[in-house]
Design a protein around this ligand. Structure first.
Ligand SMILES: Cc1cc2nc3c(=O)[nH]c(=O)nc-3n(C[C@H](O)[C@H](O)[C@H](O)COP(=O)(O)OP(=O)(O)OC[C@H]3O[C@@H](n4cnc5c(N)ncnc54)[C@H](O)[C@@H]3O)c2cc1C
Length: 376
């Protein structure tokens, strides 16, 4: 029997996409060169927030908002399909300001939010500590961000793999895709070292490694952006506290898990494909964590790790069909791939079935890099 779609890469994006297509009755093969959901998707903190990371990334806000809005029903369906819980929790995040220019920084942050159509509630340090008593007394100002959420990304990865397989997706590990099977002007499948895998549609969702697949780099010039992380046993240090995520503006963040682990992050580094965690990275993360919550000083460190975010030249995701019929791209989600996995899957279903997108896709087109190269 022919395969309707091959999805390359079984991170959260590829798994969500394969699951979505299988729910449409398509025969889907999901290929990964290793264990599924063990790369960036495994390493992520699991913050679900719509705020863009930089001024050039405003195009991301509607997509991020759609990502946040999609999550509650996505999680409900996923947990019902698998019987697994993913630790999804809606919450009001606190963005705290500690620097010498607190009032100025808080004002700028609120102005940037307003420009993006997002709402934050300004708080004094005292008001912030009423909400989170463990906060450093040196926090002089904060912004409360309602409607954000967090989840356990490793649990999400496990659940998505199971949901996809239960829906009939054929998951094949140890299958490293090297190139595309092009016949005439169409993409008709993929090539691994020892197999030709024909398919009606090919979707590249190989994270930061996507550019390494032959003929894909012109559409998906992805590159790795290393992020280091730490897990701290906050439950041991401060039982019952830390119920919400906290971000220190431009410095670091803390994300609580239901089991008392507190995730502290992160770095954004150009270190190639090296997933080491380093003394310098750990120091930066710990300095930020202790500045936010000094009471963590003697909390046990449980684990350290690093992962590679799929970054792109403009830091925006790459979503949609290419100019080769049968080939599309769903990658480059940089710092937001957990947030954007459900909405990416929904969008991909629409473009594969030839339906109009329900969100503007032009800023994320895989053809934008070819246009830039042609213009220079
Ligand atoms: C430290 C850190 C913190 C983060 N925190 C957050 C957060 O709080 N919120 C958020 O939304 N996002 C966060 N992110 C970003 C998020 O993790 C990524 O954007 C997302 O996981 C990307 O998912 P993916 O499925 O595209 O890629 P990946 O999870 O990297 O999966 C790609 C898959 O493709 C496979 N593959 C690669 N090449 C091939 C090939 N040639 N053939 C076959 N298979 C191949 C890989 O083995 C892998 O399984 C964070 C990332 C890091 C590193």
């Amino acid at each position: 029997m022919t395969t309707d779609a091959v999805v390359v890469g079984a991170g959260v994006v590829g798994c969500a996409l394969a699951w979505e297509l299988a729910q449409e009755g398509m025969r889907v093969r999901l290929l990964d060169r290793q264990k599924p959901a063990a790369e960036a998707s495994w390493a992520a903190a699991g913050m679900l927030a719509a705020t863009p990371e930089g001024p050039g990334m405003a195009a991301l806000v509607p997509l991020n908002q759609a990502g946040l809005a999609a999550y509650p029903s996505f999680v409900e369906k996923l947990e019902a399909a698998t019987g697994l819980r993913v630790g999804y929790r809606r919450q009001t995040t606190l963005v705290v300001f500690l620097g010498p220019q607190t009032d100025h920084d808080q004002g700028e942050y609120l102005a940037a939010l307003a420009e993006s159509g997002l709402v934050g509630e300004p708080l004094t340090g005292e008001e912030a500590r009423q909400r989170e008593p463990t906060l450093n007394p040196k926090v002089k100002a904060a912004v409360a961000m309602p409607g954000e959420a967090c989840l356990d990304t490793r649990a999400l990865g496990r659940a998505l793999v199971l949901a996809a397989v239960r829906q009939g997706v054929e998951l094949q590990t140890g299958a490293e895709v090297k190139g595309l099977l092009i016949e005439g002007d169409r993409c008709r499948g993929v090539l691994t070292a020892n197999e030709r895998i024909p398919a009606g549609h090919v979707v590249i969702a190989a994270g930061c490694y996507s550019a390494g697949i032959e003929r894909v780099a012109r559409y998906a010039p992805t590159r790795p952006a290393r992020g280091q992380m730490l897990a701290i046993d906050a439950g041991a240090a401060m039982p019952g506290s830390m119920l919400r995520s906290i971000r220190s503006h431009l410095v670091g963040y803390l994300v609580p898990r239901e089991d008392g682990r507190l995730l502290a992050g992160s770095t954004i580094e150009d270190a190639g494909f090296d997933k080491s965690y380093t003394p310098g990275g750990m120091r930066k993360i710990l300095d930020a964590a202790l500045e936010m919550i000094p009471g963590l000083e003697n909390a046990p460190i449980l684990e350290a790790w690093a992962g590679l975010r799929p970054d792109t030249p403009d830091h925006l995701p790459i979503l949609g069909p290419t100019d080769i019929p049968g080939l599309s791209i769903a990658t480059g989600h940089f710092r937001d791939g957990i947030l954007l996995a459900p909405v990416t899957a929904r969008l991909a279903r629409r473009w594969i079935l030839g339906r109009e997108p329900d969100l503007p896709l032009a800023p994320f087109s895989p053809l934008r890099f070819i246009r830039v190269a042609a213009a220079t």
